[in-house]
Design a binder for this molecule. Structure first.
Ligand code: AQP
Length: 358
């Protein structure tokens, strides 16, 4: 009998953080400011598990060679940005089978009506819904499994993942309720968690910029799948490309306002000021105190310099790391072993709770 592993660990350990990034193409400034910067900060006072979610990636078609390349690239970006893979855990999802196994159990807890409300599926499937993969529809349940497989307490994500986090909490709550009696009989209830087996993870949507918008359209989020390269700044872009993309970024003819209220109704201006503030570690007010009244002809070069200054060292370190694929793969292998050591006893408990003969 594995005993109440979750409860025992919880009383001793730091709060546990889990989050993931899909290896689906070029990482961009939105992924960096909305997620990765926050991942780095949280290392101070959390036990962190950061996952390259390759199983999520194949919910839409991925070229296999490209997927491998991207998996290593995201890993390199994590490390280059300052994540310590020895102190914390960095691994790719498909190496730890408990993600898929727990997802199946949670598929039987989640309700179709809940998934039908997921706006990301509607956006990604678009009009061609009948032709979307079942995996894309089920994506949020796999995400719930990712988080709950580790009894994670906190999940740092960008604003776009808020609804999926709420669903994770609903699934955890329903599982706890459905099996309440069994959880109590087996002595697997978490202390102070009103008798539940799964903790209800807390979303941390509070990076320096939780929603970075497209450079071509300030009402759409910056995204890997946007067909326009000029809509995003990739972590792999060199200085010339960054300057070019910022020069071409959509703006309006007005100078920057003196106060934040003046950004209302000016989505593109608000986005560029937000990016500057996030990278400089300033508030938007502070940025406007410096640039208010000045035109984009002055602001854009200053922004380009700042983006280059912040991204160039990460870019260079990513290149250096990617020259040593053996090292990247060893980080992922060791991370997977340590991740498995946490997820396995938790999933063994899940099996006992639902009544699987182990
Ligand atoms: N524009 C954004 N602003 C702030 N945060 C963002 N994130 C993504 N885009 C922005 C956050 O980055 C983390 C990893 O995202 P992901 O790659 O796993 O998934 P995603 O949200 O689907 O990323 P993309 O770029 O938008 O990919 P596509 O185009 O495939 O949909 C998450 O925490 C996310 O919130």
């Amino acid at each position: 009998m594995s005993g109440n592993s979750g409860t025992e660990q919880m009383s001793k350990r730091k709060p546990r953080v889990f989050s993931g990034v899909q290896p689906t193409g070029n990482l961009h400034l939105g992924n960096y400011l909305g997620a990765i910067v926050r991942f780095v900060d949280l290392q101070q006072d959390h036990e962190c598990i950061y996952c390259v979610v390759d199983m999520h990636a194949i919910t839409v078609w991925q070229d296999p060679q490209e997927l491998l390349r991207s998996t290593r690239e995201v890993t390199a970006a994590f490390i280059a940005a300052g994540i310590d893979p020895e102190e914390h855990i960095v691994f790719n999802q498909s190496q730890v089978s408990q993600h898929a196994e727990l997802a199946w159990v949670l598929n039987c807890t989640a309700r179709i009506g809940w998934l039908n409300r997921m706006t990301q599926f509607k956006e990604k499937a678009g009009k061609n819904r009948e032709n979307a993969s079942v995996g894309l529809y089920d994506y949020p349940v796999l995400m719930a499994a990712d988080i709950l497989a580790y009894h994670a307490d906190r999940v740092p994500v960008g604003e776009d993942q808020k609804q999926h986090l709420e669903l994770t909490r609903d699934i955890a709550q329903k599982f706890n309720n459905d099996y309440a009696q069994r959880i109590a009989e087996l002595g697997l209830a978490r202390e102070g968690e009103d008798g539940g087996f799964f903790p209800l993870p807390e979303p941390l949507i509070q990076g320096p910029a939780t929603r970075v918008m497209s450079l071509r359209d300030g009402t759409k989020k910056m995204s890997k799948s946007d067909p326009s390269e000029y809509s995003r700044i990739n972590l792999s872009d060199d200085a010339d490309m960054i300057a070019k993309k910022i020069r071409k970024a959509k703006t309006d003819p007005e100078p920057l306002p003196e106060s934040v209220e003046g950004l209302e109704g000016r989505a593109e201006a608000a986005n560029l000021v937000g990016i500057y503030a996030a990278l400089a570690g300033l508030t938007k007010e502070q940025v406007l105190a410096e640039f208010g009244g000045r035109g984009f002809a002055e602001f854009k070069p200053a922004l380009a310099d700042l983006v280059v200054e912040k991204l160039a060292p990460i870019n260079a370190e990513m290149k250096r790391l990617l020259d040593d694929v053996g090292y990247i793969d060893s980080v992922l292998r060791s991370g997977a072993e340590r991740a498995r050591a946490i997820a396995e006893p938790i999933f063994d408990d899940v099996k006992r709770i639902v009544g699987f003969l182990a």
